[in-house]
Design a protein around this ligand. Structure first.
Ligand code: ADP
Ligand code: XUL
Length: 528
């Protein structure tokens, strides 16, 4: 019996899924929501509120504690972890962890009987990790681009222009603002490689999938770019291990986990990757031709790419495809948390939110569009101060809850459509994942706005699923199509077909929306 464990350390929670590749069954899945289970970290939505809306950080010790909780939960649910034949995982992209000692100095095991967070706390050279929602590094982006010869060069090398949330600009800001702490830093990790390193009790390299989200990777060479390392921070090259292919066997689970949770001795680990690259696998979308919309904390649109192309508008990114090659992605920061806030202000739970859209309003919403930017936005690029609103902010004050719900979802869907052209050709089917993909009204609006069939998968949490499948593929050599047919089947009962009669309404609304976005960008774009 071949069981594999996939983990996903995302913005708001840590998920684990165990799959049985012989039977094609999900053995178990568990999810630790940081804000609920670990309230002591003061991060109700997974990050710490900060007086400066551009600064967004999380506590890496919270992720470590959640890892122990989720493994304990699996065990408490009766899952026999000794059957696991391999482990891999994913992390929210771009976030970085700073260590005063290389995790290689830990030597492959943690002390028995001492909670992991207490063993890792003294190793940190920076207590909090900047995460993907941070937008405070415009100055550093400009400095990096200027040092290597301009944005076009950064795009040509890395697949993205220098971007505020990407790790390189974040590292530069830290090195500039806290030079002594940077000097004390021996090693920098992404969330993904940090979590893998915790499991191995030694330093695990960053993979090419997630490494591409740092503004440091030379995509063509599959290696750190010397000019970008130099432009980013002094001595950075010595603080990063060489990146590895996503399918690399990177070590063994530390005996600590064997003793504490009952894993088999010498359980192997495959490199961790970013949550979006992992989701590409978990959606069965590693070959070009499938477009995925992920509605998690961020909303993303992504697809595998045959050849690396770059986005002339500067929004798109090229990341590594864990199955080989590349993937294209755009990311909207005001995703689920914006929908949640509008629902709260309108006094709606998710059921009432869906009913309001489907039963009390019509496509086009009488021309009412409303897109709130509660946090500085990535796509379109809107600088602080947030919140800003496209459309009427007063709309959501409770006078018309159903219309407010439709207004935000329609605007968000039009925004995805407006910027998704770079990611992929028009397709007649879009695969959908993430927490908000459970909402039938959101799927209905996506179907009509994109005039495409919207298809969720039967097994949820594509990022954790992708991690489990990557472990299975690496250790068992099962071909991807065999794994996808078992774990990435569509849930046809929830699939939504487009209504062609809505096409004209959304063409007109889309044109108006694009005009309003252009006006906002003209007034709020970060100039450099
Ligand atoms: P992440 O992986 O980024 O932490 P998830 O994919 O787990 O995020 O999605 C979490 C989000 O899903 C929550 O913020 C919540 O707003 C949203 N969500 C959950 N259920 C629903 C629903 N029925 N309708 C709309 N949104 C939902
Ligand atoms: C992608 C991005 C987010 C994070 C969090 O570029 O910033 O989607 O990966 O999920």
């Amino acid at each position: 019996m071949a069981h594999f464990l996939g983990l996903d350390s995302s913005t708001q929670s840590l998920s684990a899924i165990v799959v049985d590749t012989d039977s094609g069954q999900v053995v178990a899945s568990r999810n630790v929501v940081f804000g609920e289970r670990l309230p002591g970290y003061g991060a109700p939505k997974g990050f710490r509120p900060n007086g400066d809306p551009q600064v967004v950080e999380s506590d890496p010790l919270m992720w470590v504690e959640a890892l122990e909780l989720v493994l304990a939960d699996l065990r408490a649910a009766g899952v026999d972890l000794s059957r696991i034949r391999g482990v891999s995982g994913a992390g929210q992209q771009h976030g970085s962890v700073y260590l005063a000692r290389s995790l290689d100095t830990v030597g492959g095991d943690w002390a028995e009987g001492v909670p992991l967070r207490d063993q890792i706390a003294p190793l940190l050279s920076r207590q909090l990790s900047p995460i993907w929602m941070d937008s405070s590094t415009s100055v550093e982006c400009a400095e990096i681009a200027a040092a290597v010869g301009g944005d076009a060069r950064v795009v040509a090398l890395t697949g993205s222009r220098a971007i505020e949330r990407f790790t390189g600009p974040q590292i530069r800001k830290f090195a500039k603002q806290q030079p002594a702490a940077w000097e004390r830093t021996a090693e920098v990790h992404l969330v993904s490689s940090f979590m893998a390193s915790v499991l191995a009790a030694r330093s695990v390299p960053i993979d090419l999938g997630d490494g591409a989200g740092m503004n440091l990777l030379d995509l063509a060479a599959g290696a750190w770019s010397a000019p970008l390392l130099e432009a980013t921070a002094p001595g950075l090259g010595a603080r990063l291990k060489a990146p590895v292919a996503s399918a690399t066997h990177v070590g063994l689970l530390a005996p600590y986990f064997v003793k504490k949770f009952g894993f088999a001795p010498r359980t192997p680990l495959v490199a961790f990757t970013g949550d979006n690259p992992s989701s590409l696998v978990g959606m069965g979308a590693v070959a070009p031709g499938h477009l995925v919309v992920s509605l998690g904390t961020s909303d993303t649109v992504f697809a595998a790419m045959a050849e690396p192309r770059v986005d002339p508008n500067g929004y798109g990114h090229v990341f590594g495809n864990p199955a080989g090659g590349f993937m294209a992605l755009i990311c909207v920061a005001n995703g689920s948390l914006a929908r949640e806030e509008v629902a709260k202000r309108a006094g709606l739970d998710w059921t009432a939110f869906a009913r309001g859209i489907l039963e009390q309003t019509a496509p086009g919403n009488g021309g009412n569009l409303m897109m709130p930017f509660f946090v500085p936005e990535i796509t379109p690029r809107l600088a602080a101060p947030a919140p800003r609103w496209l459309g009427a902010a007063s709309f959501v004050a409770g006078q018309d809850p159903a219309a407010s719900a439709r207004a935000v979802v329609e605007a968000q869907a039009l925004n995805l459509r407006l910027h998704a052209a770079f990611v992929g050709e028009a397709v007649d089917t879009i695969l959908v994942t993430g927490g908000a993909s459970q909402n039938p009204a959101i799927l209905r609006i996506l179907a009509d706005v994109f005039q495409a069939r919207i298809v969720p998968l039967a097994v949820g949490n594509s990022s954790a699923v992708g991690a489990a499948l990557r472990a299975a593929q690496a250790f068992e050599g099962q071909p991807w199509p065999a794994l996808f047919s078992k774990f990435c089947a569509p849930d046809e009962t929830r699939a939504v077909r487009p209504d062609p009669s809505t096409q004209a309404v959304y063409e007109e609304l889309g044109t108006r929306f694009a005009g309003q976005v252009a006006e906002m960008v003209a007034s709020g774009f970060v100039k450099r």
